[in-house]
Write a protein that binds this ligand. Structure first.
Ligand code: PMP
Length: 402
């Protein structure tokens, strides 16, 4: 019996372990092909060079690298972050960037700064699993807005906002992953980006654009971010080095209008006092001295090959009635089972057949997603992906015969 039962805040009482995290322990057994995790393939990095860079930093600038730093983040790094954002069409100055512990911390800080219990946060259906946990942890009510192959559906967004306004609800944020969405793999079209921004302006709702995958595009140039060309403070943009460098460094950022930025910095101070200066400087030095664009290209090619392997295997092995998205970048395919099948109930049988995925329900706050599964192609090599999808195809086929 927990002696502190009854002492916890109402916030903490509502916290539950993520289904997805629980699954990772099982999925990491070597005999299982895991199509579950969203872990980047960090082995493709020049690890020796990163190690050398870190040793040099501590040897030459250790008194700075190992000291406390500012809660807004290292200025040199923020300048480099602006160069990175320019690759997706964003023109911004380092004064408006707040470095965060991955973009995950930016979500937490935004929730602290904007969400009172009972406020509405709009999210895509489906949406990023840990964003659900974060906003729900601050007692927001999450309202899903449907997406299709071209991303969030503007008409549905306008209808939801109209309904909520009529009910007198306070809608604080629209949280969206417009490019290579996690988990659906879809990208919001350029025309819809403008529409979504316009609708949010009309209803006075701040857009949070979370874009960790934008540079991992497989066909052509990166899509301009929603924040590109937006100077009226309508968008807070979140970026991360987790997928283009390494998640273990825990370096991400928020680009925010000045008043929001100031509050994020205050919230960051109370959350953690200061960032790790060391990992910020590692990223800064890496960007300054290593061929990072080439590294991003290596990741793109690697993930493109794995995506192709997954799409080919799905076409070869899935029974009729199963559908899936065709991502143009990022890490994820979102599959839909025929009517009557339940991806969550099927999971133990898939594990038994030595393949793992994430059931769709984890990406909904309202019990949706029963027929869906998220399949990630980022970590296993192409031949393992093909093997995993073949096993999954057999499981789904058997399920249809039950
Ligand atoms: N947002 C999205 C959409 C993600 O997929 C992830 C990582 N899976 C994150 C945020 C958090 O990433 P990080 O904190 O490592 O930057």
């Amino acid at each position: 019996m927990d002696p502190w039962h009854g002492h916890y805040s109402s916030r903490a009482a509502g916290m539950v372990a993520s289904e997805v995290r629980a699954l990772f322990a099982v999925a990491s057994r070597p005999e299982i092909v895991s199509l579950a995790g969203g872990m980047p393939y960090v082995s493709a990095l020049p690890l020796d060079q990163v190690g050398q860079l870190m040793a040099e930093l501590i040897g030459q600038r250790g008194a700075v690298a190992l000291q406390y730093g500012s809660a807004q983040g290292d200025l040199g790094l923020r300048e480099r972050i602006c160069e990175v954002m320019a690759l997706e069409g964003i023109d911004a100055g380092p004064e408006d960037v707040v470095v965060t512990v991955g973009s995950q911390q930016a979500l937490d800080l935004l929730a602290r700064v904007f969400v009172d219990p009972g406020d509405v946060v709009l999210v895509e259906a489906p949406t990023y699993v840990t964003a659900i946990a974060t906003f729900a942890g601050y007692q927001a009510e999450l309202v899903h807005v449907p997406l299709d192959d071209s991303g969030l559906v503007p008409q549905a967004l306008a209808e939801a906002l109209g309904r909520l306004a009529a009910a007198g609800r306070k809608v604080k944020l629209l949280y969206t992953v417009p490019t290579f969405q996690n988990p659906a793999g879809v990208t919001l079209s350029a025309a819809r980006r403008a529409e979504v921004l316009e609708i949010c302006r009309r209803f006075n709702v701040l857009v949070v654009e979370d874009n960790p995958y934008g540079l991992l595009c497989f066909d052509g140039e990166p899509v301009p971010a929603m924040r590109a060309g937006v100077t009226d403070g309508q968008v807070v943009y979140l970026g991360s080095f987790s997928k283009t460098l390494a998640p273990g460094l825990r370096v991400g950022w928020a680009l925010a209008p000045p008043a929001v930025r100031d509050r994020l910095v205050l919230a960051a101070e109370s959350a953690m006092l200061s960032h790790s200066v060391l990992t910020q400087l590692v990223v800064e030095r890496y960007l300054a001295t290593q061929p990072w664009p080439e590294q991003v290209k290596v990741f793109r090619e690697l993930y493109r090959e794995r995506r192709d392997a997954m799409l080919a295997a799905l076409a070869a092995h899935m029974p009729a009635g199963v559908t899936w998205t065709r991502p143009a970048g990022g890490f994820f395919v979102w599959a839909t089972l025929p009517d009557g099948l339940d991806a969550k109930a099927m999971l133990p049988r898939a594990i038994g057949a030595r393949v793992a995925y994430v059931p769709g329900t984890g990406f909904f706050a309202d019990g949706g997603g029963r027929a869906n599964l998220r399949l990630s192609y980022c970590l296993p090599p192409a031949d393992r992906i093909a093997e995993g999808v073949a096993r999954l195809g057999e499981v789904v086929t058997a399920e249809l015969e039950l």
